[in-house]
Design a protein around this ligand. Structure first.
Ligand code: ARG
Length: 522
Protein backbone atom coordinates (compact mmCIF):
# COMPACT_ATOMS: atom_id res chain seq x y z
CA UNK A 1 0.00 0.00 0.00
CA UNK A 2 2.28 2.75 -1.23
CA UNK A 3 0.06 5.46 0.22
CA UNK A 4 0.98 4.53 3.75
CA UNK A 5 4.63 5.23 3.21
CA UNK A 6 4.31 8.63 1.61
CA UNK A 7 4.82 11.77 3.57
CA UNK A 8 1.85 14.00 4.27
CA UNK A 9 1.45 16.85 1.88
CA UNK A 10 1.30 14.59 -1.13
CA UNK A 11 -2.06 15.84 -2.15
CA UNK A 12 -3.84 15.02 -5.33
CA UNK A 13 -4.10 18.31 -7.21
CA UNK A 14 -7.17 16.99 -8.93
CA UNK A 15 -8.98 16.74 -5.67
CA UNK A 16 -7.77 19.77 -3.80
CA UNK A 17 -6.50 22.17 -6.46
CA UNK A 18 -9.39 21.54 -8.75
CA UNK A 19 -11.72 21.96 -5.81
CA UNK A 20 -14.83 22.83 -7.74
CA UNK A 21 -17.93 21.66 -5.97
CA UNK A 22 -18.88 19.61 -8.96
CA UNK A 23 -15.72 17.52 -8.95
CA UNK A 24 -16.16 14.02 -7.76
CA UNK A 25 -13.62 11.33 -7.28
CA UNK A 26 -15.23 8.04 -6.51
CA UNK A 27 -12.12 6.08 -7.30
CA UNK A 28 -9.31 8.01 -5.70
CA UNK A 29 -8.42 6.77 -2.28
CA UNK A 30 -5.80 7.91 0.11
CA UNK A 31 -6.21 11.45 -1.18
CA UNK A 32 -4.08 10.82 -4.21
CA UNK A 33 -4.36 9.65 -7.77
CA UNK A 34 -1.47 7.43 -6.84
CA UNK A 35 -3.63 5.48 -4.52
CA UNK A 36 -6.35 4.71 -6.95
CA UNK A 37 -4.24 1.77 -7.95
CA UNK A 38 -5.22 0.24 -4.68
CA UNK A 39 -8.81 1.32 -4.93
CA UNK A 40 -9.09 -0.13 -8.41
CA UNK A 41 -6.40 -2.70 -8.78
CA UNK A 42 -6.69 -2.93 -12.52
CA UNK A 43 -5.60 0.70 -12.74
CA UNK A 44 -2.06 0.09 -11.52
CA UNK A 45 -0.14 0.87 -14.66
CA UNK A 46 -2.20 3.90 -15.45
CA UNK A 47 -2.07 5.54 -12.06
CA UNK A 48 1.62 4.96 -11.65
CA UNK A 49 2.21 6.95 -14.78
CA UNK A 50 0.14 9.79 -13.37
CA UNK A 51 1.76 9.92 -10.01
CA UNK A 52 5.01 7.99 -9.75
CA UNK A 53 5.29 6.01 -6.58
CA UNK A 54 6.87 7.89 -3.73
CA UNK A 55 7.00 11.23 -5.50
CA UNK A 56 5.85 13.87 -3.10
CA UNK A 57 3.92 16.74 -4.54
CA UNK A 58 3.54 20.14 -2.98
CA UNK A 59 0.23 20.81 -1.36
CA UNK A 60 -1.97 22.20 -4.06
CA UNK A 61 -3.52 25.61 -4.06
CA UNK A 62 -6.93 25.45 -2.58
CA UNK A 63 -6.16 22.61 -0.25
CA UNK A 64 -8.00 23.08 3.00
CA UNK A 65 -6.14 24.48 5.94
CA UNK A 66 -4.84 21.83 8.29
CA UNK A 67 -7.94 20.51 9.94
CA UNK A 68 -8.09 18.05 12.73
CA UNK A 69 -9.02 14.85 11.56
CA UNK A 70 -13.26 8.35 8.98
CA UNK A 71 -12.33 12.34 9.79
CA UNK A 72 -13.14 13.36 13.36
CA UNK A 73 -14.38 9.89 14.16
CA UNK A 74 -13.95 7.71 17.21
CA UNK A 75 -11.75 4.60 17.38
CA UNK A 76 -13.74 1.41 16.93
CA UNK A 77 -13.62 -1.43 19.39
CA UNK A 78 -13.39 -5.21 18.84
CA UNK A 79 -16.87 -6.62 18.24
CA UNK A 80 -18.38 -3.30 17.17
CA UNK A 81 -19.73 -3.65 13.60
CA UNK A 82 -18.44 -7.25 13.26
CA UNK A 83 -19.76 -7.25 9.67
CA UNK A 84 -17.43 -4.39 8.68
CA UNK A 85 -14.59 -5.88 6.62
CA UNK A 86 -11.44 -4.50 5.01
CA UNK A 87 -10.87 -5.32 1.32
CA UNK A 88 -7.23 -6.33 0.92
CA UNK A 89 -5.01 -6.36 -2.16
CA UNK A 90 -3.91 -10.03 -2.19
CA UNK A 91 -0.42 -9.32 -3.56
CA UNK A 92 0.35 -6.57 -1.06
CA UNK A 93 -1.11 -8.68 1.72
CA UNK A 94 1.30 -11.52 0.95
CA UNK A 95 4.32 -9.19 1.00
CA UNK A 96 3.47 -6.52 3.56
CA UNK A 97 0.40 -7.56 5.53
CA UNK A 98 -3.13 -6.28 5.91
CA UNK A 99 -2.32 -2.74 7.04
CA UNK A 100 -0.56 -1.95 3.78
CA UNK A 101 -2.98 -4.02 1.68
CA UNK A 102 -6.28 -2.45 2.80
CA UNK A 103 -7.83 -0.41 0.00
CA UNK A 104 -11.57 -0.23 0.66
CA UNK A 105 -14.22 -1.34 3.12
CA UNK A 106 -17.17 -3.68 2.75
CA UNK A 107 -20.07 -5.22 4.66
CA UNK A 108 -20.79 -8.91 5.25
CA UNK A 109 -24.50 -9.07 4.41
CA UNK A 110 -24.86 -12.85 4.26
CA UNK A 111 -22.37 -15.63 5.16
CA UNK A 112 -21.17 -15.65 1.53
CA UNK A 113 -21.51 -12.03 0.34
CA UNK A 114 -19.68 -8.77 0.96
CA UNK A 115 -21.30 -5.60 -0.34
CA UNK A 116 -18.90 -2.83 -1.37
CA UNK A 117 -18.68 0.09 -3.82
CA UNK A 118 -18.37 -0.68 -7.53
CA UNK A 119 -15.59 1.92 -7.76
CA UNK A 120 -13.50 -0.24 -5.42
CA UNK A 121 -13.42 -3.05 -7.98
CA UNK A 122 -13.89 -1.36 -11.39
CA UNK A 123 -11.03 0.55 -13.04
CA UNK A 124 -12.17 4.12 -13.54
CA UNK A 125 -10.70 4.52 -17.04
CA UNK A 126 -10.98 1.08 -18.61
CA UNK A 127 -13.96 -0.30 -16.74
CA UNK A 128 -11.99 -3.46 -16.15
CA UNK A 129 -13.28 -5.50 -13.20
CA UNK A 130 -10.77 -6.67 -10.60
CA UNK A 131 -10.07 -10.39 -10.67
CA UNK A 132 -11.39 -12.23 -7.59
CA UNK A 133 -7.93 -13.68 -6.97
CA UNK A 134 -6.60 -10.15 -6.39
CA UNK A 135 -8.84 -9.53 -3.39
CA UNK A 136 -8.93 -10.97 0.11
CA UNK A 137 -11.52 -10.13 2.76
CA UNK A 138 -10.27 -9.50 6.28
CA UNK A 139 -12.21 -10.30 9.45
CA UNK A 140 -11.18 -8.36 12.52
CA UNK A 141 -11.02 -4.77 13.69
CA UNK A 142 -7.25 -4.34 13.81
CA UNK A 143 -5.32 -4.53 10.52
CA UNK A 144 -2.06 -4.97 12.45
CA UNK A 145 -3.32 -7.87 14.57
CA UNK A 146 -1.73 -11.25 13.76
CA UNK A 147 -5.18 -12.70 14.51
CA UNK A 148 -6.78 -11.02 11.49
CA UNK A 149 -8.51 -13.75 9.49
CA UNK A 150 -8.57 -13.61 5.67
CA UNK A 151 -10.98 -15.25 3.28
CA UNK A 152 -10.68 -15.55 -0.51
CA UNK A 153 -13.15 -14.15 -3.02
CA UNK A 154 -14.68 -16.31 -5.75
CA UNK A 155 -16.60 -13.68 -7.74
CA UNK A 156 -16.61 -9.90 -8.17
CA UNK A 157 -19.91 -8.51 -9.46
CA UNK A 158 -20.33 -4.77 -9.90
CA UNK A 159 -23.87 -3.54 -10.55
CA UNK A 160 -24.55 -3.61 -14.30
CA UNK A 161 -26.13 -0.17 -13.76
CA UNK A 162 -22.91 1.36 -12.31
CA UNK A 163 -21.89 4.52 -14.17
CA UNK A 164 -18.19 5.22 -13.73
CA UNK A 165 -18.23 8.96 -14.48
CA UNK A 166 -21.19 9.89 -12.31
CA UNK A 167 -20.78 7.14 -9.69
CA UNK A 168 -24.46 6.34 -10.10
CA UNK A 169 -25.32 2.89 -8.67
CA UNK A 170 -21.91 2.56 -7.00
CA UNK A 171 -22.37 -0.95 -5.64
CA UNK A 172 -20.75 -4.37 -6.09
CA UNK A 173 -21.07 -7.79 -4.53
CA UNK A 174 -18.06 -9.93 -3.66
CA UNK A 175 -18.85 -13.62 -3.27
CA UNK A 176 -16.73 -15.41 -0.67
CA UNK A 177 -14.92 -18.63 -1.58
CA UNK A 178 -16.15 -20.17 1.67
CA UNK A 179 -19.09 -19.16 3.88
CA UNK A 180 -18.32 -17.20 7.02
CA UNK A 181 -21.00 -18.41 9.41
CA UNK A 182 -19.62 -17.22 12.75
CA UNK A 183 -19.68 -13.48 12.04
CA UNK A 184 -22.94 -11.53 12.43
CA UNK A 185 -24.23 -10.07 9.18
CA UNK A 186 -25.90 -6.73 8.47
CA UNK A 187 -29.02 -6.70 6.31
CA UNK A 188 -29.28 -4.21 3.47
CA UNK A 189 -32.21 -1.80 3.90
CA UNK A 190 -35.12 -2.89 1.72
CA UNK A 191 -37.37 -0.48 -0.20
CA UNK A 192 -40.24 -1.48 2.12
CA UNK A 193 -38.28 -0.42 5.20
CA UNK A 194 -36.73 2.65 3.57
CA UNK A 195 -39.31 5.23 4.68
CA UNK A 196 -38.95 4.25 8.34
CA UNK A 197 -35.16 4.70 8.27
CA UNK A 198 -34.47 7.44 5.73
CA UNK A 199 -35.95 10.45 7.45
CA UNK A 200 -33.81 13.59 7.22
CA UNK A 201 -31.87 13.98 10.45
CA UNK A 202 -31.77 10.21 11.06
CA UNK A 203 -28.73 9.23 13.13
CA UNK A 204 -26.20 7.21 11.11
CA UNK A 205 -22.75 5.76 11.59
CA UNK A 206 -20.01 5.26 9.05
CA UNK A 207 -16.98 3.10 9.75
CA UNK A 208 -13.71 2.30 8.02
CA UNK A 209 -9.94 2.23 7.91
CA UNK A 210 -9.74 5.29 5.66
CA UNK A 211 -7.69 8.45 5.94
CA UNK A 212 -8.08 10.37 9.18
CA UNK A 213 -6.33 13.49 7.88
CA UNK A 214 -7.92 16.17 5.71
CA UNK A 215 -4.58 17.53 4.52
CA UNK A 216 -2.29 14.52 4.40
CA UNK A 217 -2.40 10.82 4.90
CA UNK A 218 -2.75 9.06 8.13
CA UNK A 219 -4.29 5.63 8.32
CA UNK A 220 -5.54 3.86 11.40
CA UNK A 221 -4.87 0.17 12.14
CA UNK A 222 -8.18 0.03 14.02
CA UNK A 223 -11.23 1.29 12.15
CA UNK A 224 -12.79 4.66 12.93
CA UNK A 225 -16.46 5.36 13.47
CA UNK A 226 -18.03 8.62 12.40
CA UNK A 227 -21.40 9.79 13.74
CA UNK A 228 -23.42 11.25 10.88
CA UNK A 229 -26.84 12.67 10.21
CA UNK A 230 -28.87 11.97 7.06
CA UNK A 231 -29.18 15.18 5.05
CA UNK A 232 -32.44 16.18 3.36
CA UNK A 233 -32.74 15.06 -0.28
CA UNK A 234 -32.79 18.76 -1.28
CA UNK A 235 -29.05 18.92 -0.39
CA UNK A 236 -28.28 15.86 -2.49
CA UNK A 237 -28.97 16.97 -6.05
CA UNK A 238 -31.20 19.94 -5.20
CA UNK A 239 -28.29 22.25 -4.39
CA UNK A 240 -29.70 23.42 -1.09
CA UNK A 241 -27.42 24.03 1.87
CA UNK A 242 -28.04 22.62 5.31
CA UNK A 243 -27.03 23.80 8.76
CA UNK A 244 -26.16 21.09 11.28
CA UNK A 245 -25.45 22.18 14.87
CA UNK A 246 -24.60 25.65 13.64
CA UNK A 247 -22.19 24.34 10.97
CA UNK A 248 -23.17 25.21 7.41
CA UNK A 249 -22.88 22.55 4.71
CA UNK A 250 -23.30 23.31 1.02
CA UNK A 251 -25.48 21.07 -1.11
CA UNK A 252 -24.73 19.22 -4.33
CA UNK A 253 -26.60 20.33 -7.46
CA UNK A 254 -28.48 18.08 -9.88
CA UNK A 255 -25.42 17.70 -12.11
CA UNK A 256 -23.37 16.41 -9.15
CA UNK A 257 -25.48 14.11 -7.05
CA UNK A 258 -28.25 11.79 -8.22
CA UNK A 259 -30.69 11.59 -5.34
CA UNK A 260 -32.36 8.46 -6.73
CA UNK A 261 -29.21 6.40 -6.15
CA UNK A 262 -27.31 8.51 -3.59
CA UNK A 263 -27.65 9.73 -0.02
CA UNK A 264 -25.87 12.72 1.48
CA UNK A 265 -24.74 12.68 5.09
CA UNK A 266 -22.26 14.40 7.37
CA UNK A 267 -21.73 15.01 11.05
CA UNK A 268 -20.35 17.50 13.50
CA UNK A 269 -18.51 16.91 16.76
CA UNK A 270 -19.53 18.61 20.01
CA UNK A 271 -16.72 21.07 19.27
CA UNK A 272 -18.27 21.93 15.90
CA UNK A 273 -15.78 20.01 13.71
CA UNK A 274 -17.06 18.27 10.58
CA UNK A 275 -17.26 14.47 10.58
CA UNK A 276 -16.90 12.69 7.21
CA UNK A 277 -15.64 9.54 5.60
CA UNK A 278 -12.50 9.80 3.51
CA UNK A 279 -10.28 7.96 1.03
CA UNK A 280 -9.97 4.30 2.02
CA UNK A 281 -13.39 4.21 3.62
CA UNK A 282 -15.04 3.62 0.25
CA UNK A 283 -17.23 0.57 0.00
CA UNK A 284 -17.76 0.52 3.76
CA UNK A 285 -21.11 0.72 5.51
CA UNK A 286 -23.36 3.52 6.61
CA UNK A 287 -25.50 2.00 9.34
CA UNK A 288 -28.87 3.16 10.68
CA UNK A 289 -30.81 1.69 13.56
CA UNK A 290 -29.37 -0.15 16.51
CA UNK A 291 -29.21 -3.74 17.68
CA UNK A 292 -31.34 -6.12 15.65
CA UNK A 293 -32.92 -3.15 13.83
CA UNK A 294 -29.55 -2.02 12.38
CA UNK A 295 -29.50 -1.93 8.57
CA UNK A 296 -26.99 -1.20 5.82
CA UNK A 297 -28.45 1.99 4.38
CA UNK A 298 -25.47 3.49 2.53
CA UNK A 299 -22.10 2.62 0.98
CA UNK A 300 -19.19 5.09 1.13
CA UNK A 301 -18.96 6.41 -2.43
CA UNK A 302 -17.53 9.89 -2.96
CA UNK A 303 -17.12 13.40 -1.67
CA UNK A 304 -15.60 16.79 -2.31
CA UNK A 305 -12.25 16.28 -0.56
CA UNK A 306 -12.95 15.16 3.01
CA UNK A 307 -14.76 17.03 5.81
CA UNK A 308 -15.06 19.99 3.44
CA UNK A 309 -18.02 22.32 3.14
CA UNK A 310 -19.94 19.46 1.51
CA UNK A 311 -21.50 16.32 2.96
CA UNK A 312 -20.20 12.89 2.00
CA UNK A 313 -22.11 11.00 -0.68
CA UNK A 314 -23.21 7.41 -0.21
CA UNK A 315 -24.86 4.79 -2.41
CA UNK A 316 -28.57 4.63 -1.50
CA UNK A 317 -28.90 0.94 -0.60
CA UNK A 318 -32.68 0.50 -1.02
CA UNK A 319 -32.26 1.76 -4.59
CA UNK A 320 -29.82 -1.11 -5.23
CA UNK A 321 -31.87 -3.71 -3.42
CA UNK A 322 -33.04 -5.69 -6.45
CA UNK A 323 -29.42 -6.04 -7.64
CA UNK A 324 -28.35 -7.12 -4.16
CA UNK A 325 -31.24 -9.58 -3.93
CA UNK A 326 -30.40 -11.06 -7.34
CA UNK A 327 -26.83 -11.56 -6.17
CA UNK A 328 -28.01 -13.30 -3.00
CA UNK A 329 -26.60 -10.47 -0.89
CA UNK A 330 -29.90 -9.34 0.64
CA UNK A 331 -31.38 -12.63 1.78
CA UNK A 332 -33.22 -12.05 5.02
CA UNK A 333 -32.37 -14.79 7.48
CA UNK A 334 -34.37 -16.01 10.44
CA UNK A 335 -33.36 -14.97 13.94
CA UNK A 336 -30.80 -17.50 15.20
CA UNK A 337 -30.30 -16.22 18.73
CA UNK A 338 -33.06 -16.05 21.37
CA UNK A 339 -34.22 -12.58 22.39
CA UNK A 340 -33.58 -11.17 25.85
CA UNK A 341 -36.78 -11.16 27.91
CA UNK A 342 -37.78 -9.49 31.17
CA UNK A 343 -40.96 -10.59 32.96
CA UNK A 344 -43.04 -8.57 35.41
CA UNK A 345 -45.85 -10.30 37.32
CA UNK A 346 -49.22 -8.53 37.42
CA UNK A 347 -52.65 -9.58 38.68
CA UNK A 348 -53.72 -12.61 36.66
CA UNK A 349 -51.10 -11.67 34.09
CA UNK A 350 -47.38 -11.52 33.32
CA UNK A 351 -45.95 -8.62 31.31
CA UNK A 352 -43.08 -9.61 29.01
CA UNK A 353 -40.66 -7.26 27.26
CA UNK A 354 -38.42 -8.51 24.47
CA UNK A 355 -35.18 -7.29 22.93
CA UNK A 356 -34.14 -9.07 19.75
CA UNK A 357 -30.57 -10.35 19.47
CA UNK A 358 -28.42 -8.48 16.94
CA UNK A 359 -27.67 -11.60 14.92
CA UNK A 360 -28.61 -10.26 11.50
CA UNK A 361 -31.94 -12.09 11.57
CA UNK A 362 -35.23 -10.37 10.90
CA UNK A 363 -37.88 -10.56 13.61
CA UNK A 364 -41.51 -10.44 12.53
CA UNK A 365 -43.08 -11.29 15.88
CA UNK A 366 -41.98 -12.10 19.39
CA UNK A 367 -43.85 -14.79 21.28
CA UNK A 368 -43.94 -15.60 24.98
CA UNK A 369 -45.46 -18.59 26.75
CA UNK A 370 -46.39 -19.02 30.41
CA UNK A 371 -46.44 -22.71 31.27
CA UNK A 372 -48.27 -23.92 34.36
CA UNK A 373 -45.93 -26.75 35.36
CA UNK A 374 -48.66 -28.52 37.32
CA UNK A 375 -51.46 -28.59 34.73
CA UNK A 376 -49.21 -28.35 31.66
CA UNK A 377 -51.42 -25.54 30.30
CA UNK A 378 -49.56 -22.98 28.18
CA UNK A 379 -50.79 -19.42 27.60
CA UNK A 380 -49.22 -17.10 25.04
CA UNK A 381 -48.84 -13.49 24.02
CA UNK A 382 -47.35 -11.97 20.86
CA UNK A 383 -45.67 -8.63 20.15
CA UNK A 384 -44.54 -7.01 16.90
CA UNK A 385 -41.61 -4.58 16.98
CA UNK A 386 -42.31 -1.22 15.35
CA UNK A 387 -40.36 -0.55 12.12
CA UNK A 388 -36.76 0.21 12.96
CA UNK A 389 -37.16 -1.04 16.53
CA UNK A 390 -35.83 -4.24 18.09
CA UNK A 391 -37.97 -4.22 21.25
CA UNK A 392 -41.64 -4.84 22.02
CA UNK A 393 -43.84 -5.87 24.96
CA UNK A 394 -46.96 -7.99 25.50
CA UNK A 395 -48.99 -9.30 28.45
CA UNK A 396 -49.90 -12.93 29.01
CA UNK A 397 -53.39 -12.71 30.52
CA UNK A 398 -55.91 -15.13 31.99
CA UNK A 399 -53.41 -16.54 34.50
CA UNK A 400 -54.08 -17.62 38.07
CA UNK A 401 -52.72 -15.53 40.90
CA UNK A 402 -50.36 -17.48 43.14
CA UNK A 403 -49.35 -19.99 40.48
CA UNK A 404 -45.63 -20.14 39.65
CA UNK A 405 -45.40 -20.10 35.84
CA UNK A 406 -42.37 -20.84 33.68
CA UNK A 407 -42.05 -18.08 31.09
CA UNK A 408 -40.11 -18.52 27.86
CA UNK A 409 -39.94 -16.48 24.67
CA UNK A 410 -38.58 -16.57 21.16
CA UNK A 411 -38.21 -14.39 18.07
CA UNK A 412 -40.26 -15.54 15.12
CA UNK A 413 -40.16 -14.93 11.38
CA UNK A 414 -41.74 -16.57 8.33
CA UNK A 415 -38.29 -18.03 7.62
CA UNK A 416 -38.04 -19.70 10.99
CA UNK A 417 -37.79 -18.99 14.67
CA UNK A 418 -34.96 -18.38 17.10
CA UNK A 419 -34.24 -20.88 19.83
CA UNK A 420 -36.40 -20.49 22.93
CA UNK A 421 -35.02 -18.54 25.89
CA UNK A 422 -34.21 -20.19 29.19
CA UNK A 423 -37.34 -20.32 31.39
CA UNK A 424 -37.90 -17.51 33.87
CA UNK A 425 -40.19 -18.10 36.88
CA UNK A 426 -42.99 -15.61 37.52
CA UNK A 427 -45.97 -15.74 39.86
CA UNK A 428 -48.94 -13.45 39.15
CA UNK A 429 -50.13 -11.81 42.34
CA UNK A 430 -53.22 -9.65 42.91
CA UNK A 431 -51.37 -6.35 42.82
CA UNK A 432 -53.85 -3.49 42.48
CA UNK A 433 -54.47 -1.52 39.29
CA UNK A 434 -54.33 2.21 39.96
CA UNK A 435 -57.21 4.38 38.66
CA UNK A 436 -56.64 7.34 36.37
CA UNK A 437 -56.72 11.10 36.93
CA UNK A 438 -59.70 12.54 35.02
CA UNK A 439 -59.70 16.15 36.18
CA UNK A 440 -57.59 18.61 38.20
CA UNK A 441 -59.51 21.66 39.39
CA UNK A 442 -57.69 24.69 40.84
CA UNK A 443 -59.48 25.77 43.98
CA UNK A 444 -57.08 28.66 44.73
CA UNK A 445 -54.87 29.06 47.78
CA UNK A 446 -52.62 26.21 46.69
CA UNK A 447 -55.50 23.72 46.75
CA UNK A 448 -56.19 21.36 43.83
CA UNK A 449 -59.10 18.92 43.63
CA UNK A 450 -58.45 15.73 41.62
CA UNK A 451 -61.24 13.58 40.23
CA UNK A 452 -60.07 10.01 39.58
CA UNK A 453 -61.48 6.70 38.43
CA UNK A 454 -61.59 3.80 40.88
CA UNK A 455 -58.48 1.76 41.64
CA UNK A 456 -59.01 -2.01 41.57
CA UNK A 457 -57.87 -4.00 44.59
CA UNK A 458 -58.01 -7.36 42.75
CA UNK A 459 -59.30 -9.03 45.90
CA UNK A 460 -56.75 -7.82 48.46
CA UNK A 461 -57.84 -4.67 50.30
CA UNK A 462 -56.02 -1.46 49.33
CA UNK A 463 -53.59 -0.23 51.96
CA UNK A 464 -53.10 3.03 50.06
CA UNK A 465 -55.02 4.83 47.31
CA UNK A 466 -53.87 8.37 46.71
CA UNK A 467 -52.93 11.07 44.26
CA UNK A 468 -49.24 11.95 44.31
CA UNK A 469 -47.75 15.08 42.70
CA UNK A 470 -44.07 15.90 42.38
CA UNK A 471 -41.74 18.25 40.58
CA UNK A 472 -40.99 16.79 37.10
CA UNK A 473 -37.86 14.66 36.82
CA UNK A 474 -37.16 14.76 40.53
CA UNK A 475 -38.64 13.36 43.72
CA UNK A 476 -38.83 16.79 45.32
CA UNK A 477 -41.87 18.85 46.25
CA UNK A 478 -43.93 15.69 46.81
CA UNK A 479 -47.57 16.34 47.74
CA UNK A 480 -50.08 13.55 48.28
CA UNK A 481 -53.78 13.30 49.15
CA UNK A 482 -55.90 10.24 49.90
CA UNK A 483 -58.73 9.40 47.47
CA UNK A 484 -62.24 9.25 48.97
CA UNK A 485 -65.26 8.67 46.75
CA UNK A 486 -63.19 9.36 43.65
CA UNK A 487 -61.87 12.71 44.89
CA UNK A 488 -58.50 13.77 46.36
CA UNK A 489 -57.74 17.28 47.60
CA UNK A 490 -54.08 18.31 47.61
CA UNK A 491 -53.09 21.39 49.53
CA UNK A 492 -49.97 23.53 49.81
CA UNK A 493 -49.34 23.29 46.07
CA UNK A 494 -47.07 26.01 44.73
CA UNK A 495 -47.70 27.85 41.46
CA UNK A 496 -45.48 25.52 39.44
CA UNK A 497 -45.69 22.52 37.17
CA UNK A 498 -46.19 19.09 38.78
CA UNK A 499 -46.45 15.55 37.45
CA UNK A 500 -49.35 13.79 39.19
CA UNK A 501 -50.50 10.19 39.23
CA UNK A 502 -52.68 7.76 41.17
CA UNK A 503 -50.83 5.33 43.42
CA UNK A 504 -52.62 2.25 44.75
CA UNK A 505 -51.09 -0.40 47.02
CA UNK A 506 -52.18 -3.61 48.70
CA UNK A 507 -50.22 -6.33 50.48
CA UNK A 508 -49.03 -7.71 47.11
CA UNK A 509 -47.61 -4.57 45.62
CA UNK A 510 -48.03 -1.05 44.33
CA UNK A 511 -49.25 0.28 40.98
CA UNK A 512 -49.04 3.78 39.56
CA UNK A 513 -51.20 5.25 36.81
CA UNK A 514 -49.85 7.16 33.83
CA UNK A 515 -48.71 10.61 34.96
CA UNK A 516 -50.44 13.83 33.95
CA UNK A 517 -48.89 17.29 34.03
CA UNK A 518 -50.69 19.78 36.27
CA UNK A 519 -49.85 23.51 36.17
CA UNK A 520 -51.00 25.10 39.40
CA UNK A 521 -52.47 28.60 39.17
CA UNK A 522 -53.00 30.68 42.28
N1 ARG B 1 -13.83 7.64 -2.98
C1 ARG B 1 -13.31 7.44 -1.67
C2 ARG B 1 -12.66 6.04 -1.56
O1 ARG B 1 -12.46 5.41 -2.58
C3 ARG B 1 -14.29 7.74 -0.59
C4 ARG B 1 -14.51 9.19 -0.47
C5 ARG B 1 -15.47 9.58 0.54
N2 ARG B 1 -15.30 10.98 0.66
C6 ARG B 1 -16.00 11.77 1.47
N3 ARG B 1 -15.68 13.02 1.56
N4 ARG B 1 -17.00 11.29 2.17
O2 ARG B 1 -12.19 5.64 -0.52
Amino acid sequence: RPARGISPGNIDPMVHGGGSPTYRDPVTRRGSALTSLLCALALTALTVSIAPSGQAQPAAVGSPAAAPRVINGDTGVAGQFPYLVPLLDARTYAKEGAFQAQFCGGTLTTPTTVVTAAHCVVAEESGEVTDPSDILIGFGHDLKSPGLRVVAVSAVTPSPAYQRRSAINDVAVLTLAEPVTDVPTLLPLSPEEAAAYLTPGAVLQVAGWGNVSTDGRQFPAIFKVGNLVLFPDSTCGGGESFVLNGVKFLGFGPGDADVASMLCAAGTTAAGKRVDSCQGDSGGPVIAGTGAAARLIGIVSWGEACASDYPGVYTRVPAEYSFLAEQGAATAKPPTVAPAITVTPASGAIDVSFTAAADGGVVATFAATALDPVTGVATNCFATPAPGKSTATCSIVGLANGTAYQVTGFSGSPLGNSPVTAAVAATPVPVPVAGDIRRAKMLGGGKVRFTVTASQDNGAALTANRVVCQVPRSDRGVKAGAITDGVANLTGMRAIKYVCFVQAANEFGTDSSDAVIVKVRR
